[in-house]
Design a protein around this ligand. Sequence first.
Ligand SMILES: [Zn+2]
Length: 102
Amino acid sequence: MVELKTWLQDQGLSVKDLANQLGAPRTTVEDWVYRGAMPSPGNAEKLHEFISSNCAHHWVIARANGPLSEGECQRCGETREFTNSAEPSSLWTTSHKAKTES
Ligand SMILES: [Zn+2]
């Protein structure tokens, strides 16, 4: 579960903004943010959708394991699979070559 307070700060949003976006009473949203209350299933779904579509995701990709890597957003905790299309070794070679030693 995302740390709502931190997430809102990261996005530059206030509790009021979130409440308006979800159409939920501000006091209810304050309970989630400041008192760690669990949203009702209906609100939890709306909240999750809001977070996934508004989060400026900061993906942290796990070590490559076959053609897919699992990434986790450091901000909202969403996970996603990423395709390892580029060869990591060729990327390394390119950047290594570009380095000039003088
Ligand atoms: Zn995210």
